[in-house]
Design a protein around this ligand. Structure first.
Ligand code: NAD
Length: 321
């Protein structure tokens, strides 16, 4: 018999990203129950206490530490466990270290919560989403990587600031790897249904390729700058994770740029990479292989190659799909 749908959310890895996401989730009122799991039990206990003490300012829910059997019945299990990027270290260099962590975590989650949706935040997020899919044996729809949700938010924030509009009124996507090879889809970027060029003409702004290059560099290198300044990034990714979980729990069919298994998009297959995807209670209900200019298609394929080379270096179990 299928497990009853209960919007319990489990967070595995209660460091800066996991705990900040826990706070965003508590404030959102989306779930009646949050379970915190960490190999560092004391850290999880401390975060559970701190979050519980915020509850009188929000609404009563059940927040507690747990272990893998507590994943049973969870609607979503968010994995933010593992080492964070060191100054100067690329996301891809993290792969081997965090793959080991995933080999400890994912099979246990899959055993206790065979119907859950896995949401991966740990970097490098694309290869690890692929590894999590293979380790879990889940259908690909139920394994989602945070992917470029954060990079897309950074692009929208910067474009909104440049053109004096609410970033929520900017429609523009970063696709491909969450990392140095990511791709900005300028050809489909829009404000009020207009291309950026039309918007600039109408409003008297400038809109040059040089400006596009500058903004893209700020998006691509944002994590390096923030890590230099304060050691880690966590608020924006926590908000992005909360937005993905909202779309799942409320069955919203929201289009979000997240990482999922691709099957022939511009020649890219059998790899987890970001594209705009429709997210609902089933997980990824559709992967949107959106129109791209010729140059964007080439960059997208090159980005896939970067992720492929990392995946090829990991020991990934076989799976039939
Ligand atoms: P952190 O060091 O603060 O927290 C990591 C936590 O994982 C620690 O509490 C640690 O005890 C726990 N952990 C390690 N091994 C574990 C295991 N085997 N089982 C359970 N828990 C385990 O790091 P952080 O700043 O929270 O970052 C976490 C991850 O998120 C990193 O890989 C980081 O690069 C990534 N991240 C991703 C994005 C994104 O956009 N996807 C953004 C920021 C950070």
């Amino acid at each position: 018999m299928a497990t009853a749908y209960r919007p319990k959310v489990v967070i595995v890895g209660t460091g800066l990203v996991g705990a900040t996401f826990g706070y965003a989730l508590l404030a959102s009122g989306l779930t009646p129950e949050i379970i915190l799991i960490d190999v560092n039990r004391a850290r999880a206990e401390g975060e559970a206490m701190d979050l519980n003490h915020a509850m009188p300012f929000h609404r009563p829910i059940n927040i507690r530490t747990g272990d893998y059997p507590d994943c049973a019945g969870a609607a979503v299990v968010v994995i933010a466990a593992g080492a964070a990027q060191k100054p100067g270290e690329t996301r891809l260099q993290l792969a081997q270290r965090n793959a080991e962590v995933f080999r400890q975590i994912v099979p246990q989650v899959a055993r206790h919560a065979p119907d859950t949706i896995l949401l991966i935040a740990t970097n490098p997020v694309d290869p690890l989403t692929y590894l999590a899919w293979r380790l879990s044996g889940f259908p690909p729809q139920r394994v989602i990587g945070a992917g470029t949700i954060l990079d897309t938010a950074r692009l929208r924030y910067l474009l909104g600031a440049r053109y004096d509009v609410d970033p929520r009124s900017v429609h523009a996507y970063i696709v491909g790897e969450h990392g140095d090879s990511e791709v900005a889809l300028w050809s489909s970027a829009a404000i009020a249904g207009m291309s950026l060029q039309d918007f600039c003409r109408l409003t008297g702004h400038t809109c040059t390729e040089e400006e596009e290059r500058e903004i893209f560099a700020q998006v691509r290198d944002a994590a390096y700058h923030i890590i230099e300044l304060k050691g880690a990034t966590y608020y924006a990714i926590a908000s992005g994770l909360e937005r993905i979980v909202e779309s799942i729990l409320r069955d919203q069919n929201t289009v979000l740029s997240v990482s999922g298994l691709l099957k022939d998009c511009y020649g890219v297959s059998d790899l987890c990479l970001s594209l705009p995807m429709v997210i609902n209670r089933e997980g990824i209900s559709r992967v949107l292989c959106v129109p791209m200019s010729q140059a964007e298609q080439e960059r997208f394929r090159a980005s896939a190659q970067v992720v492929r080379s990392v995946v090829d270096g990991l020991e990934v179990p076989e799976v039939a799909y």
